[in-house]
Design a protein around this ligand. Sequence first.
Ligand SMILES: CCCCCCCCCCCCCC(=O)SCCNC(=O)CCNC(=O)[C@H](O)C(C)(C)COP(=O)(O)OP(=O)(O)OC[C@H]1O[C@@H](n2cnc3c(N)ncnc32)[C@H](O)[C@@H]1OP(=O)(O)O
Ligand SMILES: Cc1cc2nc3c(=O)[nH]c(=O)nc-3n(C[C@H](O)[C@H](O)[C@H](O)COP(=O)(O)OP(=O)(O)OC[C@H]3O[C@@H](n4cnc5c(N)ncnc54)[C@H](O)[C@@H]3O)c2cc1C
Length: 642
Amino acid sequence: MAAQIWGSEKRARRRREISAKIAQMPELHDSKPLPFMTREEKIMESARKLTILTEKMGQIIDPTDPAELYHLNNEVLGLEGNPMALHGVMFIPALSAQASDEQQAKWLPRALRREIIGTYAQTELGHGTNLQNLETTATYDLATQEFVLHTPQITALKWWPGNLGKSSNYAVVVAHMIIKAKNYGPHPFMVQLRDEKTHEPLPGITIGDIGPKMAYNIVDNGFLGFNKYRIPRTNLLMRHTKVEADGTYIKPPHAKINYSAMVHVRAYMLTGQAIMLASALNIATRYSSVRRQGQIDKSQPEVKVLEYQTQQHRLFPSIARAYAFQFAGAETVKLYEHVLKEMKSGNVSLMADLHALTSGLKSVVTYQTGEGIEQARMACGGHGYSMASYISEIYGVAIGGCTYEGENMVMLLQLARYLVKSAALVKSGQSSKLGPLVAYLGVKSEPTSLIDRIPNSGFTEYVKTFQHVSKRQTLKAADMFFGLMEKGEKREIAWNKCSVELNRASRLHTRLFIVEAFVRRVNEIADIRIKEALTDLLHLHVNYELLDIASYALEDGFLSASQLDYIRDQVYLYLGKIRPNAVSLLDSWEFSDIELRSVLGRRDGNVYENLFKWAKSSPLNKTDVLSSVTQYLKPMMEKARL
Ligand SMILES: CCCCCCCCCCCCCC(=O)SCCNC(=O)CCNC(=O)[C@H](O)C(C)(C)COP(=O)(O)OP(=O)(O)OC[C@H]1O[C@@H](n2cnc3c(N)ncnc32)[C@H](O)[C@@H]1OP(=O)(O)O
Ligand SMILES: Cc1cc2nc3c(=O)[nH]c(=O)nc-3n(C[C@H](O)[C@H](O)[C@H](O)COP(=O)(O)OP(=O)(O)OC[C@H]3O[C@@H](n4cnc5c(N)ncnc54)[C@H](O)[C@@H]3O)c2cc1C
């Protein structure tokens, strides 16, 4: 199963080998539980480990393999981030995709050797979503052949970029490029921020940390202002766009090609989200098979809480989602790598499809991951609320994904643009022009669903039902939009008036893609036992997801009440079937105790003894009487007693 999750036997084996090596290297372990550290201590601890990793990485992993690097980071540095999180996730990808060969030769080896630390600075205090209204300017000075970066007012301060505040000395900065008073829109520039020897900010640069956040606090998300700060013309990233010495602008082959670093993260973050969901579920499910509370049969001893159907219903559908996201994520990464290769050689024809797909997936996956992790926390009762479970930290980090790389509603609306264009093709009889991801929009569906109506139909009737609801909602929302325009409404106003319905279509389309990716994977599996276990999970997935969106299929009678009863029964049936495999389905992800950082989720199940040990190690317990008591509470009580 681990091979299915991680992509191959070899990958699964390598992960085990890497974990075993890390287990033998105490210098790479947390020196004390992270929840007992201050933010400053955590940042120090992370930098300490990161430095050792830089020295010893070659002994532990193949540093050229991103999957091994990602695993190493998760185990050693953890998901609260690290001082170079954005360096690997966005800075290097931005240089790789947008810098010319010459620029890459100059900067990439230095970045890869970690001579410099970089980030991606795009979002500003006043604007994050609406890139067209970013305010930082890069004005070309023809006389010196330099760009002058400037922050015209406080809302133009870069705000949020990870590791910008304190760690990075370089950044890819996105600014509006102005040449001879003409604004060419946002473009990426390579900018040195700090002196390489002293790490002090360079003159003309204001920079700092934006303060503590809900989670992810090892990362120093930062602010950045420029006061007429000059960089050479050749620091504009010039793989696709060029500005010649005389100010001549050569436009890129696709207007949005500079957005590729964002698409990179949107594609890769899906499996990251699956890992966070599976981690939280691993903790909650293991704990649920240790925790005994109450009886089902009063004549029997107290049961493990995992025996309760409500507990299974809370956890198991999310286990199915974690697998589904992992499989859909793997497909998306493959597609992304393909499109990136094409893009580098000038073929931009698949960019729109990839943008639509990743926009929908990042939104649905992050939202459902957040839901699943929060349910996992609640499933642990009181101990779930303790940082000893570590689930609240996983939650805080995961839901950041609902916001970064494009706020979820906004990204769903991006997919909706693509769906509406596809609907227009269907309506104008041009269904043959639909791309493979939306071809189903042009296919006439049965009048009613055949779920529970024909034997041995496998998952086909489920997929057809998902297709039906997605198609119906897309065409309905598109009709609403076109109808408003026909009535004379301006395009943007009509769009806004339909946007809730449009986003519903985007979610349904994306959920269909996730189901199909799961089905595709199960169909590929040869090992009969693995196929069986995953088929059970897939049964739970399709039935649970369909129940969740049943109103769409009920409103036009595509599903009947009796079919809905069947679907509900299937959910209960598969909850029971999955119960014996539940812990193994999560143990198959092979997270080590070091990586999970959870007292509740310990592999050995020795929860109570270790919770007590953990509590005793709280800094508050260093002394029996705190100074808050001697200074304030004791005098207050004494005064009251007088
Ligand atoms: C590796 C490990 C992974 C794990 C990572 C975890 C840690 C992560 C740490 C945290 C890291 C966090 C780091 C961070 O957070 S970095 C900051 C991230 N910021 C954002 O994501 C901002 C979101 N906003 C946008 O992306 C744009 O403004 C949008 C897209 C909303 C509109 O755009 P714009 O303002 O320009 O609007 P327009 O009206 O001129 O154009 C709309 C047209 O453009 C097409 N279009 C748009 N985009 C693309 C595209 N990409 N490829 C192809 N086409 C694209 C689109 O389909 C439409 O086409 P059409 O319908 O007109 O035909
Ligand atoms: C943990 C974290 C890490 C980050 N890292 C980085 C980084 O490394 N580099 C970087 O540059 N940025 C980074 N960001 C910033 C992030 O990319 C932005 O916060 C994000 O893109 C959302 O933009 P915003 O904050 O402007 O939200 P807003 O757009 O102000 O969103 C507020 C509300 O308005 C709604 N809204 C906005 N526009 C529309 C619209 N057109 N239609 C409908 N509704 C709309 C949204 O849906 C939302 O409900 C990070 C953010 C976080 C939380």
